[in-house]
Design a protein around this ligand. Sequence first.
Ligand SMILES: NC(=O)c1ccc[n+]([C@@H]2O[C@H](COP(=O)([O-])OP(=O)(O)OC[C@H]3O[C@@H](n4cnc5c(N)ncnc54)[C@H](O)[C@@H]3O)[C@@H](O)[C@H]2O)c1
Length: 372
Amino acid sequence: MNNNFSNRIQDQLLGSFRGKSVLVTGAFGFIGSHVAARLHALGADVSVLDVDAAPTRPSLLNEQGLRSLLRVHEGSVSDFPLVRKIFSERRFDYVFNLAAHASTVEKAIEDPLETFAVNSLSVVAMLEAMRLAGNVPTMFFHASTDKVYGELNDAAYLEDDPLFAEGLYDTAKMAADAFARSFHRVFKIPTVVLRMCNIFGPYDMNIQSRLLPKSLAALFAADTPEAPTLYTGSQGHSRDYLYIDDLVNCVLLLTATPACQGEAYNAISCAHQTTPEMMQALWSAAQAEAVHFDPVRAELIRKNGIRRVAAQNSEQVLTITRQHLNSDKLQAAIAYQPQVTLEDGLRRTAHFYRAYFEGQRQSGPVAQVASA
Ligand SMILES: NC(=O)c1ccc[n+]([C@@H]2O[C@H](COP(=O)([O-])OP(=O)(O)OC[C@H]3O[C@@H](n4cnc5c(N)ncnc54)[C@H](O)[C@@H]3O)[C@@H](O)[C@H]2O)c1
């Protein structure tokens, strides 16, 4: 990151969050853990709420020894009595809603009711609990997704486009996105919504389901690497990608900007890639990582290549073909450009997962992964 820019952002965020009381939901997940860790590093007084906060769970908060420094609530964001208790006992300056029951499309199909309860109703539960307690925060951040728009027909999604979500995960996120904005319009509660693209980086433990961790598991989890799988059905798909550190900066800057309340913003991205392009770039990054630490594995990764499989999604998985966000509104609001390129982000991601799976193979605790 450019040093002057990085220092300016750091100063701005220190000024906004040092000494502030914050709550992060879904804090043991991928994005929530990075947001909570960064807020702690900025000197905020961090509370977290997650339905699965077990001390042994693979999460940045557990593996970097952060959990003992935070106030941990274990429970569900959709448990209204619990949420009422938390918000009546304390006023948080900032609330970051990063919990999701099914943060992947396939999992939502397994349990639509729970998906709606956690991904939509919980937003109403939390905002209503704060309102009833008279403990309204300075800003409530809600994590939304580009999937709320549905299929892309124009060059890029704009915030004012109609929302045409169709899949179960997408529709639940669309309802939450609308509720967050509605609570601002009706009750003047300061809320801000960020519609995020595909985020990647260390500690995404959705290893069974998401393209990057799943592919890196194929390459590094077993003693002998397997070829990562590219489904022919996804060959025509394209997505925006953003490295986790850049996302965290955007989330914090947006939340700290009072003029953003009541608004929804599209995220920025470091690259727009077709799925085969992304897979190729990841495969190259994994090879380059392996060359340094395990040349035999690197050669096998090269030889195996990428496995192309002709498989259809279940008809119930409604996959959007093309997703691309116009981020002019966000850039005008927070003056932020991605600092980590796709190449560098993939290098750091491959570095993390190689070390993570190596630690798993040696069946010891996951070694501290040196930041790349
Ligand atoms: N990762 C992405 O690329 C991406 C893209 C767009 C939007 N999002 C949204 O960002 C948010 C965070 O995603 P993520 O990638 O960190 O997901 P994740 O699956 O890694 O983390 C979700 C967290 O929520 C927790 N959770 C689940 N049910 C809960 C409940 N009932 N109460 C409290 N906590 C609960 C989980 O235990 C987990 O820690 C989600 O709302 C997701 O929809 C993510």
